[in-house]
Write a protein that binds this ligand. Sequence first.
Ligand SMILES: *[C@@H]1O[C@H](CO)[C@@H](O)[C@H](O)[C@H]1NC(C)=O
Ligand SMILES: *[C@@H]1O[C@H](CO)[C@@H](O)[C@H](O)[C@H]1NC(C)=O
Ligand SMILES: *[C@@H]1O[C@H](CO)[C@@H](O)[C@H](O)[C@H]1NC(C)=O
Length: 372
Amino acid sequence: MAKAKFFLASILLGSLLATVCKSFPDGDFIKLLPETRPQPGQSSDPSHWAKIAKQDLQTATDVLRQTKENRAKNAILFLGDGMGVPSITVGRILKGQLAGNSGEEEILEFERFPHTGLSKTYNTDMQTPDSAGTATAFLCGVKAKSGTMGVNEQVISRNCTSQLKERNVMSFLNEAQQLGKSVGIVTTTRITHATPGAAYSHTASRDWEDDTERNSDVPNVNERSMCPDIAEQLVEYAINYTVIFGGGRLKFLPKNEITIDPITGRNVSGSRSDSVNLINKWKQRQEGYGRRPVYLETRKELQDTPTDPNAAYFGLFAMSHLRYDLDNQKDGKEPTLEEMTRKAIEILSQNPNGFALLVEGADPGGDDEKGD
Ligand SMILES: *[C@@H]1O[C@H](CO)[C@@H](O)[C@H](O)[C@H]1NC(C)=O
Ligand SMILES: *[C@@H]1O[C@H](CO)[C@@H](O)[C@H](O)[C@H]1NC(C)=O
Ligand SMILES: *[C@@H]1O[C@H](CO)[C@@H](O)[C@H](O)[C@H]1NC(C)=O
């Protein structure tokens, strides 16, 4: 899935995000220099990207200081996967036409923001980048190879033994956590998919969402402990996230366990080969940290759940991806992106130190391709 990435960051936090922040005051573009691509081998050092990011952030904050804006307490990164300029144009025209006009004259809400910019999230080994490498760029501030997540450029796609711990890079959500902020992810994809996965996992392949998929690429049993699957990593590395809402329930359940698909009412088996129920593991680990685990499966459960400062929330609302909004509107069985986002903000705002939240709507680019 090769996809251009476009995103808006209304508020930005942390130096690692800086490469993506190119704001400008009225009519005055911030003049950024092209990134220098170092000699082969050098660019894999994350400090190379951090240095560029710091310079860009300095340029941006110098301008923002002139406009007397203060440091942000919260950061929300909204990401439309595949939402390039053509998709935005399509959306703007549709919005206008639904309002009974010809369409082109319409304006989208985020086009009214005082600061906007375009970001470059390229992969180091491919001209048309993929969601995993680009998510690593905009979440972790480091350019990486296509298909890899949360790792630097030295990790080779699908190569388990190249996935060394010292090659891991950290996302801005983890940075925010170290500042005492609460953290959350909301997505309409499987929570183990490329964009959300790059926030918490470190992997040579975006396809290793469960151990069954990982095992088929890594036949050598002795190597497997070097590259745990993405669902398994969620329970390890995203364990202190306060909110995790999305789809992909089957990646967390073993093949010998059955769960009911709320859309069809049918029994479905999990997809894990290791016989581990990761949902139960998540609950146990939350209790171990003294938090009340709140696991949710339906829209009604999401609506009814109270906002509790001592709880951690894990919602897996679909077996795989959530449905497109137009399809969901027929029976309204799944929560909407808006409902999940509102709930997440309600929960995360309880922290006086602020929060960082990643919200992904997938995948407008794909919809356009299908003429949906
Ligand atoms: C996989 O990575 C290891 C360690 O970086 C390397 O020695 C090996 O040659 C790589 N294998 C392939 C097929 O690229
Ligand atoms: C989660 O929080 C606990 C308790 O503060 C800490 O010991 C642990 O290292 C944290 N884990 C991660 C992955 O951040
Ligand atoms: C689903 O599985 C349960 C047992 O786990 C069984 O009682 C129920 O009849 C099954 N439902 C369907 C529709 O197969």
